[in-house]
Ligand binder design. Structure first.
Ligand code: NAD
Ligand code: PRE
Length: 305
């Protein structure tokens, strides 16, 4: 039987936190949801939508009496938030985060937390290009991975409870080491975002195709790039600054492959191109067969809880 947390504090009330609150309500959790965000504008927007039971002014106030605390702010702000909440945390509470980078978050957060709490970093592999409290929806985590990053000292019971929580939100949960997480995500998420940002930047630099032509002739492929390249600038600046080594490692490999493909085009090596694209097509088909390609959310259809 699932043991719901009594009080869940959401620090940061953007896409991920608001989706968690909607998903908690959908799951019928009994927890009280207390939220806070940095600006009054965001707090007021969250109050109007109503996914929290209470929205309070500060992070220090939000965590009081909470047995689960979720840090859902940009990766670069995690340390500062941890410093603020550290002295207010209830003994026995679990503190987790949803940041896209793990090694940096652990380094930034852990020193500020008392020994009496369980710190279990996490990362739901689900998102959209939208941000803010109005962007959230209950289905975001359905059939998506949520990676938890325990260490050798992590309390097994606290880990089992957090795992059950994410499963109730719709996720499949796996554990992973922080460095491995950061390398895997550099390949599957961080470098692809940088490539999308670059591709849209290149199109924008070509004055000829900007204005109406980018819109008019943007086929599905480029349109997908523009969706990714519309992702939150603060979030992604922080991801690249804090997952520097892994991203640079993957970009190095990417450049080598790009040169190999460039050479095949120049030399007319059709066999190389065909074989390469056959290999990558099989990867896409594998993702679909595994049910991991959730279609883009239809915001008109999704009813907010
Ligand atoms: N968007 C995604 O696709 C996605 C997916 C998985 C994980 N994440 C991670 O989740 C976290 C939150 O992302 P999101 O998409 O919900 O972002 P968001 O921009 O929608 O929301 C961020 C929230 O943090 C608050 N905030 C910003 N700076 C702050 C600061 N210095 N101090 C305190 N609060 C601050 C904002 O007011 C806002 O409430 C990030 O760490 C991100 O890396 C994002
Ligand atoms: O679908 C998207 O818009 C996303 O980019 C989501 C996405 C990803 O790269 O898959 C982005 C960042 C995360 O940390 C996790 C998920």
């Amino acid at each position: 039987m699932r043991e719901d947390y009594k009080r869940v504090a959401l620090i940061g009330l953007g896409l991920i936190a608001s989706s968690m609150a909607h998903a908690m309500r959908r799951a019928g959790m009994k927890s009280e949801i207390v939220g806070t965000a940095r600006t009054e504008k965001t707090r007021e927007e969250a109050r109007q939508i109503g996914f929290c039971h209470r929205v309070v002014e500060t992070a220090a106030e939000a965590v009081q009496g909470a047995d689960l605390v979720v840090l859902a702010v940009p990766v670069g702000a995690m340390g500062q938030v941890a410093r603020e909440i550290g002295p207010e945390l209830a003994p026995g509470a679990t503190v987790t985060d949803v940041g896209s980078v793990k090694r940096h978050v652990i380094r930034a957060v852990k020193p500020h937390l008392p020994d009496t709490v369980h710190f279990i970093p996490g990362h739901p592999l689900a998102g959209t290009e939208h941000s803010g409290p109005a962007a959230g929806f209950a289905e975001l985590f359905d059939n998506r991975w949520c990676l938890l990053v325990p260490d050798e000292e992590t309390d097994a019971e606290a880990l089992a409870r957090l795992t059950a929580y994410w499963q109730a939100l719709g996720s499949n949960v796996e554990t992973m080491d922080a460095d491995h997480h950061d390398l895997v995500l550099a390949v599957t998420s961080h470098a692809p975002h940088l490539i999308a940002y670059t591709m849209v930047g290149v199109a924008d630099d070509l004055e000829r195709v900007t204005d109406s032509e980018v819109i008019k002739f943007s086929a599905a492929g480029f349109r997908d790039f523009t969706r990714i390249a519309a992702s939150d600038p603060t979030m992604w600046r922080d991801v690249f600054l804090t997952n520097k080594d892994a991203t640079l490692e993957i970009l190095g490999r990417f450049t080598e492959e790009l040169f190999a493909l460039q050479r095949a085009i120049r030399t007319g090596d059709g066999e190389m191109l065909f074989d390469y694209f056959t290999r990558t097509r099989a990867i896409r088909r594998g993702i679909i067969e595994a049910g991991q390609d959730t279609p883009a959310p239809d915001f008109g259809r999704i009813r907010k809880t």
